[in-house]
Design a protein. Structure first.
Lengths: 272, 639
């Protein structure tokens, strides 16, 4: 892994004012069925305090001034939580800073003269819509298959009736922190969505409230996932690319529950 | 003039909602499939409403302009959600949450709505815990809470600094379950560009598919808008980049009154802007004020780094001026205090545009681990953006536009002045009066979505049993589609020289300079004329490249900014007419000797519901008088 952990801050690290001159190579593709290609752009005068997306904003403003169509890319909150943004930056999902979504990556991680290659997520399940924008709807289909606890509004018992041990709540939270950006799929050589699916499964399967549907959920979600995505061969690239540092351990938990689901769900079926 | 009927039920305030639930009409389970409901927006209010109406058995169509319902901006809420559970035994109650909210809102909210909100707050926590929302817990396994601004009890439930994310994922999962069950049909990448009204009732919407450009109509018996706030009218705000006012503005143009647009919340703790390319501002959760202490150097323009300034030369101005609430005064008060320090020349940082938020005492008292557990993700986010480590050096913060209390006027049933058009969450003019307390937006969004709209929408539908929706090929839909297509084409064919962002940034600057934290008659009049002039420039010199039949992000933005121009004008007019200061609306002409907001209850204790009078015409003011029977009108004091 050539990623850095980004812990370069500290008391004296404020050095505002440096500007970078960059060469960008960006995937341009006018539409879903059109042919795409890498296009080079010179971008001088980038402030190091800009975020990566502000750098692209700057490029787009300059393109519009030259009457060229701007580069399409997804973004929204720009705080690393909505999961909209994401691109391959020099071959790495979300770029060189570990545990950081593209919008939180700042240009001070780059140097003047750098050539930066920017491509969309590449995965069979994520067809390209335009330039750097892909369609990630397959992730929603996985959640629809069972990524919930079935509780109707108004039917919930008093919240403190089930104590949840703090370590359990914390572990569930760690899994639930997934932002659904799809970097795990893009980083995987197989285009698998195991880490995404496992994060949702683990979040719910760890909690007492999630036990009733634990095995039916796991089976349904895994099987829906397999309709769209490749198979997991445990490369671990997903964990390295994840901006929320979702752990591979969740996949172990999901696989265990999936095997047990096959046994449990069959036994329940036999009883009927 | 519009007839504003708040439709507040009779009876004692504690019993209004229960009594109303009993009196509302029901739809029998077998009849529910015969009713179609459109929900626009899939954040906390919209996602929860669509899921719950689906659970009940109505035929729901849910629309989001994102690629997934989970991207709605509710996801970015950090600090927490209030509920009157009183798990701490520290004196909280429904009554107290109600009181705090009315007072925090500077007495400009409707009492009956706020009381209902406080009552429902406890159900929200139950619902979310049952859904698997991983709230913070204590070692005994029970739910943890923390304090927030404007209160003296600890009633804020939280999930680290990502409470909005976890609550939205809960609502999204409930919605996903209904999509799978076939009760909700989900339309992603579909931006609502008009509301369709026939015979005085909302009967559907027109949407544009953002991938294909296709313009399509959808008909229904009722329409729910839950499309968020309009903070991006200021260009720089903590809102997500795509957050916009088009849905509510289009509804306004079709006859829905828009109330109190000048009530905008400037959040005190955001990372100060660093340069002209700044695309948005980042919030640092209010929860940080639990443990962080706000200060500026006593000496003007002190050049020393913060850690070299001794305690005796620091001014902890909030603790000094407001000893009872200290760093936890409400947002409007904290923001104005910060502005005062910076304007006086005591600002800190390279651009002298911030104040310090210091965790030194907290780290010493609680240890780094505790602070990391409470705020770890926020500290990390701060470091990424500023390249400074807040465990070592104080954060620099400054106020930024964050939330809009104004919105479409709604009655007690959350129905706008257009029958059949309901509005939930930040999009309505809400329960927060002139200032929202921290951790109350999530509470209101979920109360509207899970517990209010699922009762009040069926009450409206019940009267339409046996009626089919107006068909989506009715001429009224065709006309709306043509208008949307014309507008879209107009942006493409202007053929000017200025990008949408360029014009939007300029609009934002006019708004921030003249209609931000301090407003004056002179500034507002200037803003109104500058906005009009810039609007002419927009119509004449806009440059949008590409076509309408593919993904075209500039084209999407053009429509949103176009609507922001009109809204900006109304916002300034509202601010101009309100000759008082209250909550987030501060008129320099109306302040106490100590610089606090000075209300004028004799003349302005009303909600200003503006009515659209046609392009270029002066909007018409309608007033809903506000009565305070339970919380007595008083000058707010947090001393």
């Amino acid at each position: 892994m050539s990623q850095t952990n980004g812990q370069t801050g500290g008391q004296t690290a404020v050095h505002h004012g440096r500007t970078l001159d960059l060469k960008l190579c960006i995937w341009r593709q006018p539409g879903p069925r059109a042919e795409g290609r890498m296009v080079e752009y010179d971008l001088p005068g980038v402030s190091e305090d800009m975020s990566f997306l502000e750098m692209l904003d700057l490029l787009n403003e300059r393109l519009i001034a030259k009457e060229q169509e701007p580069v399409a890319f997804e973004h929204d909150c720009r705080e690393g939580i909505c999961g909209s943004c994401g691109m391959m930056i020099n071959g790495q999902a979300h770029g060189p800073q570990l545990g950081t979504a593209t919008c939180q990556l700042h240009m001070r991680k780059f140097n003047s003269g750098d050539v930066i290659e920017i491509e969309p997520w590449r995965a069979a399940a994520f067809p390209i819509v335009r330039d750097l924008v892909v369609n990630r709807s397959a992730l929603d289909r996985i959640v629809e298959a069972g990524g919930y606890i079935s509780v109707t509004a108004g039917a919930a018992p008093e919240a403190n009736i089930i104590p949840v041990p703090k370590p359990v709540a914390d572990a569930a939270f760690d899994a639930a922190a997934c932002i659904g950006c799809g970097a795990c799929v893009a980083a995987c050589p197989n285009g698998a969505a195991q880490l995404f699916t496992a994060a949702k499964v683990a979040h719910l399967n760890l909690l007492p409230q999630g036990q009733a549907e634990r095995f039916s959920r796991t089976e349904a979600m895994v099987e829906r996932m397999e309709e769209f995505f490749g198979s997991c061969t445990f490369h671990g690239e997903c964990e390295a690319a994840c901006p929320k540092r979702i752990s591979l351990e969740n996949i172990v938990l999901m696989n265990g529950d999936y095997v047990r689901a096959k046994f449990k769900n069959r036994r329940l079926a036999g009883r009927r | 003039m519009i007839h504003l009927d708040p439709a507040v039920p009779d009876g004692p305030i504690e019993q209004k909602w229960d009594q109303h639930k009993f009196e509302m009409k029901l739809v029998a389970p077998h009849n529910r499939r015969r009713f179609e409901v459109i929900v626009v927006g899939t954040g906390l209010a919209g996602g929860a409403a669509a899921a719950t109406l689906g659970e009940l058995g109505y035929k729901v169509k849910a629309f989001t302009f994102h690629d997934s319902p989970r991207r709605a901006h509710s996801i970015a809420a950090q600090g927490g959600i209030n509920a009157a559970k009183n798990y701490r035994g520290d004196g909280d109650s429904v009554q107290r949450l109600f009181y705090d909210t009315v007072k925090g809102g500077d007495f400009r909210a409707r009492e009956a709505n706020v009381y209902r909100l406080a009552q429902l707050s406890v159900n929200i926590i139950d619902q979310c815990v049952a859904q698997g929302v991983p709230f913070a817990r204590e070692y005994g396994g029970l739910l943890d809470t923390r304090s927030f601004g404007g209160t003296q009890v600890s009633r804020t439930f939280y999930a680290r600094g990502q409470t909005g994310q976890q609550l939205l994922l809960g609502a999204y999962s409930a919605l996903a379950r209904q999509v799978e069950a076939g009760n909700v049909e989900l339309f992603d990448r579909s931006e609502m560009l008009d509301v369709v009204v026939k015979d005085g009732r909302a009967c559907g919407i027109v949407v544009r598919n953002l991938h294909t450009g296709q313009i399509v109509s959808h008909a229904a018996h009722a329409v729910v808008l839950a499309t968020g706030g309009y903070g991006n009218v200021f260009y720089l705000s903590t809102n997500a980049k795509a957050s916009n006012a088009s849905a509510i503005w289009r509804a306004h143009r079709k006859g829905a009154a828009l109330a109190n647009p000048c009530y905008t919340q400037i959040h005190p703790t955001c990372i100060p802007a660093s340069d002209e390319f700044q695309s948005k501002l980042t919030l640092m959760s209010e929860s940080l004020r639990n443990d962080g202490r706000i200060w500026v150097p006593e000496e003007f323009g002190d050049p020393r780094p913060p850690n070299q300034i001794p305690e005796s030369e620091r001014d902890y101005y909030l603790e000094r001026r407001y000893p009872a609430f200290g760093n936890l005064v409400p947002r409007d008060v904290a923001s104005r205090a910060a502005k005062r320090e910076v304007d006086a020349g005591r600002g800190v940082g390279p651009l002298k545009n911030g104040v310090y938020l210091d965790f030194k005492t907290a780290v010493e008292r609680l240890g780094r681990n505790t602070i990391e557990e409470r705020y770890g993700n926020l500290f990390e986010m701060y470091e990424r953006i500023t390249d400074e480590d807040p465990y070592q050096v104080p954060m620099r913060i400054y106020p930024a536009v964050h939330y809009t209390m104004g919105g479409l006027w709604v009655d007690y049933n959350l129905m706008s002045t257009i029958p059949g058009l309901f509005v939930g969450g930040e999009a309505n003019f809400s329960d927060h009066g002139a200032n929202r307390l921290g951790a109350s937006a999530l509470m209101q969004g979920l109360a509207d979505g899970y517990f209010v709209l699922p009762y009040t929408v069926p009450n409206y539908l019940a009267g339409m049993l046996g009626q089919a929706p107006i068909p989506a090929d009715d001429p009224v839909f065709r006309a709306a589609e043509a208008e949307v297509a014309d507008r879209t084409q107009r942006y493409l064919s202007t053929g000017g020289t200025r990008s949408v962002d360029d014009l939007h940034r300029e609009l934002g600057k006019i708004m921030w300079d003249n209609c931000g934290m301090a407003r004056s008659r002179e500034g507002l009049e200037k803003a109104i004329s500058e906005i009009a002039a810039l609007r002419v420039e927009f119509d004449r010199d806009l440059r949008v490249l590409g076509s309408a039949d593919t993904l075209n992000q500039s084209l999407e933005k053009a429509g949103r900014v176009d609507d922001f121009f009109e809204l900006a004008g109304l916002l300034c007019r509202d601010a101009l007419h309100r000759e008082e200061s209250c909550g987030g609306h501060f008129r320099v002409e109306h302040q106490t000797e100590e610089g606090e907001a000075l209300r004028d209850d004799d003349h302005f204790a009303y909600a200003a519901a503006w009515e659209y009078a046609g392009p270029g015409a002066e909007p018409i003011l309608n007033k809903e008088p506000l009565e305070f029977d339970h919380v007595h009108l008083a000058q707010r004091s947090y001393k």
